[in-house]
Design a protein around this ligand. Structure first.
Ligand SMILES: Nc1nc2c(ncn2[C@@H]2O[C@H](COP(=O)(O)OP(=O)(O)O)[C@@H](O)[C@H]2O)c(=O)[nH]1
Ligand SMILES: Nc1ncnc2c1ncn2[C@@H]1O[C@H](COP(=O)(O)OP(=O)(O)O)[C@@H](O)[C@H]1O
Length: 188
């Protein structure tokens, strides 16, 4: 049987990656959708593992070739997108594909696949808590944290467009809720 699609979107720092990584350990036959990006690899990142790394020119060429299911300029001059061929290959192999995409991309994938997709919004308890988590994560410079927070209000306004909203206040509770929701959807 062809697989289903599970889309996760959230403001940066909400706990989306933490919850996705947990779900990937839960025998749900999930396969992560590796996005393409025009940003350069950092540290130990490898092409085809964290992302497919493309130069801005290559990215634009693939847009022109209509190779993307969706793409967005998520941050200024930084494109992220989902390659159609990748997703179709995973679905055809019977895997359920899980996405970590921005709110606009998430809504576009849902629109394209309809009932075959479940869109999930991970909501932080508050903007103050989001700031604490981004600071605590320790991966971003203060100005990057500010730009992520500046975007968060816009992203939060998208919550109502998603099939399910999970508030990530207590992590264990949010993980359990995500697991139940996705298990039910996959078994439908
Ligand atoms: N629309 C869209 N957004 C994506 C895709 N891949 C990643 N994103 C989003 O792009 C943003 C990436 O930002 P960040 O977490 O800083 O990722 P980093 O570049 O790996 O540091 C997040 O909001 C992701 O959800 C994609 O294929 N399409
Ligand atoms: N419920 C929670 N309570 C406290 N900290 C959390 C919770 N969920 C996630 N975190 C922490 O918040 C930070 C941001 O989480 P992350 O999964 O990287 O977010 P995102 O992928 O949405 O940007 C991480 O350091 C993570 O360990």
């Amino acid at each position: 049987m062809a697989g289903k699609l599970i889309i996760f979107s959230a403001p940066s720092g909400s706990g989306k990656s933490t919850i996705i990584n947990y779900l990937l350990t839960q025998n749900l036959n999930l396969s992560f959708s590796i996005s393409a990006t025009s940003r350069a690899p950092r540290g130990t990142e490898q092409n085809g593992v964290e992302y497919f790394f493309l130069t801005p020119e290559e990215f634009k060429q693939r847009i022109a070739n209509n190779e993307f299911l969706e793409y967005e300029e998520v941050y200024k001059d930084r494109f992220y997108g989902t390659l159609k061929a990748q997703v179709e290959k995973q679905l055809a192999a019977g895997q359920n594909v899980i996405f970590d995409v921005d709110v606009v991309g998430g809504c576009n994938i849902k629109k394209f696949y309809g009932d075959r997709a479940l869109s999930v919004f991970i909501q932080p308890p508050s903007l103050e808590e989001l700031r604490k988590r981004l600071t605590g994560r320790g991966t971003d410079a203060p100005e990057v944290i500010e730009s992520r927070l500046a975007k968060a209000t816009f992203e939060l306004s998208y919550a109502e467009k998603f099939d399910v909203v999970i508030v990530n206040d207590n992590l264990e509770k949010a993980q359990a809720e995500a697991l139940k929701t996705i298990r039910d959807f996959i078994q439908q």
